[in-house]
Design a protein around this ligand. Structure first.
Ligand SMILES: *[C@@H]1O[C@H](CO)[C@@H](O)[C@H](O)[C@H]1NC(C)=O
Ligand SMILES: *[C@@H]1O[C@H](CO)[C@@H](O)[C@H](O)[C@H]1NC(C)=O
Length: 363
């Protein structure tokens, strides 16, 4: 028992020491890095929005050097770790606050509660939907062409070497299909039909991204939403560790992502889309990275929102928890996810290649 614990902590320490600090003089593996997504990637874009999907108050950020920045975690999020793994010395700036030449190395457009379908998540207030994130990317491209004082073809050439990570869909379930008191979708559509509607819209959005000159795109699947503490508190599980019907709904969406990636890669010239399989990444034994509590949040959550209640003291053993609040992973789990998306531990983590190999591919 003691030996197993020590081994776990050595593994955890190795994982942390490899990736917590940027390696001195490490080369940036891509000229720029862009994030489109929801609260898994958001690093402050919601701070000035009228919404309850905000994380710019303590105890959020308790383990982040700048404190509560709007990241939905105790520390770094997946976007922060991906930037580090790709050799970036700094996190990618949030679109809301990026100014001037900040944007040359990339921009983070992600917004907590953001959605594929424009109508999802409206009950929480404002959020920057994927459609609006794509419009913001158009603005960045216009600014970049001025900054680089080049022809638009050169900006295209520059952007084609950059990496784009897209993480979307969770809120179309949590804050739409699974919320019949606010949204009619579950009465109008079967789970299969709803997944198809999401994929059709998402497919168009990924094509729009491609049409702006983007070539290298890592598309993250939806995680096991039926295992979120919020859902465990709302539905009976009949002895299962998770709410199985929710995971089954989400799987209908995820199952369509591999064919979508194949379709985009074969129909769009030079497209290099990959699928990050969160089902695979989260199917491993979390105790190998020291996680012991997988079904309860670390912070004291507000009953109304499922997010951390302001200014309450959270658990102190944060590296032993998978969840920070009722919806969002702790820093340690974000590190595990980012590490496997970057360098797959098993082949099913990423298709057809992981991020490390994607950025090495020629255009
Ligand atoms: C994703 O991972 C799951 C669980 O390991 C696996 O069953 C599924 O086939 C994977 N999907 C792809 C497209 O690799
Ligand atoms: C990728 O992971 C494997 C083990 O899964 C490890 O041996 C290798 O060093 C890692 N490579 C990088 C570049 O992180």
């Amino acid at each position: 028992m003691a030996l197993i614990t020590i081994t776990k902590w050595i593994l955890l320490w190795m994982l942390l020491s490899v990736t917590m600090k940027p390696i001195q003089g490490q080369q940036q593996q891509v000229p720029c890095l862009f994030f489109l997504g929801d609260s898994q990637f958001d690093n402050g874009n919601n701070n000035l929005l009228l919404t309850s999907a905000k994380a710019n108050y303590p105890p959020y950020g308790i383990d982040y050097p700048d404190g509560a920045t709007g990241r939905f975690s105790n520390g770094r999020n997946i976007a922060d770790f991906l930037a580090q793994l790709l050799g970036f010395a700094e996190p990618v700036p949030a679109f809301a606050t990026a100014r001037g030449s900040d944007i040359i190395k990339g921009v983070n457009y992600a917004s907590g509660a953001a959605v594929i379908l424009e109508e999802s998540g409206i009950q929480l207030g404002d959020r920057i939907s994927l459609d609006r994130q794509l419009l913001n990317h158009r603005l960045t491209i216009a600014r970049l062409s001025l900054l680089l004082s080049k022809q638009s073809s050169s900006v295209n050439d520059y952007l084609s070497k950059c990496l784009y990570a897209v993480n979307m869909g969770s809120n179309d379930y949590i804050n739409n299909y699974l919320m019949p008191q606010f949204y009619p979708s579950s009465r109008l559509y079967t789970p299969d039909r709803f997944a198809e509607i999401l994929i059709q819209k998402f497919s168009g959005q990924l094509r729009t991204l491609y049409n702006t000159g983007v070539r290298k795109v890592a598309v993250f699947g939806i995680g096991l939403l039926g295992c979120l503490p919020q859902e465990l508190g709302m539905y009976p599980t009949n002895g299962s560790p998770c709410v199985d019907f929710i995971n089954n709904y989400v799987q209908l969406f995820n199952n369509r992502l591999k064919p979508l990636i194949d379709n985009l890669n074969s129909n769009l010239p030079n497209a290099q889309f990959i699928y990050i399989n969160i089902t695979s990444i989260s199917s491993g034994d979390p105790s190998v990275i020291g996680i012991r509590v997988g079904n309860a949040p670390c912070c004291v959550v507000s009953r109304r929102t499922g997010q951390c209640a302001p200014n309450q003291v959270p658990c102190s053993n944060r590296n032993e928890y998978a969840f920070w609040d009722n919806f969002h992973p702790t820093e340690i789990l974000n590190l595990g996810t980012a590490s496997r998306a970057y360098n797959a531990t098993v082949p099913s983590d990423a298709y057809p290649v992981d991020i490390r190999r994607l950025v090495q591919q020629q255009n």
